[in-house]
Design a binder for this molecule. Sequence first.
Ligand SMILES: Cc1cc2nc3c(=O)[nH]c(=O)nc-3n(C[C@H](O)[C@H](O)[C@H](O)COP(=O)(O)OP(=O)(O)OC[C@H]3O[C@@H](n4cnc5c(N)ncnc54)[C@H](O)[C@@H]3O)c2cc1C
Length: 572
Amino acid sequence: MTRNESLAALRQQTEVSVLIIGAGVNGIGTFRDLALQGVDVLIVDKGDFCNGASAGSSHMLHGGIRYLENGEFRLVREALTERNRMLHNAPHYAKPLPTTIPIYSWLSGFLNAPLKFINLRDKPSERGGVIIKLGLMMYDWFTRGQQGLPTHRLIGRAESLKLRPKLNSTIVATANYYDAWMPYPERICLEMVMDAEAANPKAHAFNYVSLASASDDTVTLKDELTGETYTVKPKVVVNAAGPWIDLANRAMGEQTQFIGGTKGSHILVDNPELHQMLHGSEIFFENKDGRICLIFPILDKVIIGTTDIRSDIPDPVCTEEEVDYMVELVSYVFPDIKIDRSQIVFRFCGVRPLPHSSASRTGAISRDHSIQTIEPDSKISFPVLSLVGGKWTTFRAFSEQTADVVMRRIMRRRESDTKNTPIGGGKDYPVSVDAQNKWLQNLQAKTGLSSERVQSLFDRYGTYAEVIATFCAAGQDGPLMSQPTYSQREIRFLAEREKVVHLEDLLLRRSLLAMLGLVTGDLLNEVSLILADVLGWTDMSRQKEVDSAAETLHHRHGVALEKLTPKEAVTS
Ligand SMILES: Cc1cc2nc3c(=O)[nH]c(=O)nc-3n(C[C@H](O)[C@H](O)[C@H](O)COP(=O)(O)OP(=O)(O)OC[C@H]3O[C@@H](n4cnc5c(N)ncnc54)[C@H](O)[C@@H]3O)c2cc1C
């Protein structure tokens, strides 16, 4: 169904069992779970799907070894189990990530964690080898019996430096273990939306539709594109607005202080020397100030992060000071590798929707999730469940817990669960090399596309590549002139089938074009022409889309304006 067709359906539908405000991963996870139970459910987002905290993450699916020192054993155990489930359910977008922690001493920090548990200390101190070893033993213990990833291993100084000669030579050893990462978090969200809508005709998802207000039994929603308003009467509202939760509650007349967000920024750099020194692994380490930081390869670029700064603004930008901090932190682990600011291809920022807390250090605020309930009162006659906190990694479990509460409220019984439900192109995914080769050969034979092209679609979309390859083969196609790794019909497919509203949706959230620093002025023009054809933009609206995408890329993601100017315009 197109956006307009779905909106027309919304006009007819005034009653709905569940309305979800906010289409980040927690809202979408809950939407999918409820849709699979046959519930009539509506999800709206004031922007595109997965544009908030869920687009600002470090891209890790991890247990969170650091949370052990805050005593968050339940969370770590749940996160590790969910990490392993994601590797199984979304193998196209959840990838094992070998991880190395440099160790600078054996004993430091040994007393820190026990003292923290009894509230005698709330400061970070260097984590030595013994404490890291204990944490990793717990990691392995939590996942014993699950068919997951290999267990950890300590490697001595000489061997560690042989593998990575540019690593800080003051290390005494390295700890090596596995976590996981996701190249395309935004696509995971989108594919779950599409899975849910495909499974249940009474499940509808709208981007660019916001919560405007609520009173009695009615919620007013606003189409951010046209200004048109719609009213719905929900039995239950799930407030999954992430860092905006308190603002959304306020819009419904309720005063809450559930969220105390912290901002985190990342940069992506094009530095082949650093990329090579990583050997496909993450370096997860404690910076000089005690903050845990990370560096790992994302395709041919390297991600560096992150900061952790209290923030009342739900959508701030990455500042120059934060960029300085991230450029500088690399020199702590690789003293001889210099990051030049001109190598930064992209920067991004998000606010963690953490629970409101008076903790003196942001690192001490719990990363666990909870459901805060506002019961019906004199202002609104439905309950509002606010989804506070949570990790990307644990979204499925959090969504399941939320769906359970919702189902009890609407007096429905759960019919299935999502523990083993594949996501999008993770369905029927060929895991072994042999199975993959066979799958690729079949698709090549079916579509007549080249083996390179079929491989690249499979790498990008998993088994969903079959639908895209078939679409590409069904008409006149060719590589984009400005970015030949994508084809014209592939872009057309994304625009037609994936709820793209603006040019930036496609650049930032349906593809990695922006994140990998591949957007140029020429690409903006070329892609916008395809979108204009599919979405019926006039010349003027197409130019507005190009200008607006360039502004977002420049202002929010630090992409140089010269790069975003078409070549003829530069030379004329
Ligand atoms: C810097 C950073 C690093 C992180 N790293 C990791 C990591 O590596 N691994 C991990 O597991 N987790 C990580 N996280 C945590 C994880 O990303 C978040 O906890 C999770 O994405 C929160 O999702 P959400 O759906 O609750 O919120 P969001 O993704 O913020 O979604 C909320 C949505 O609500 C919408 N909204 C707001 N107001 C309205 C309204 N009035 N009407 C309609 N819609 C509205 C917003 O547009 C937004 O899309 C990180 C988070 C950050 C910020």
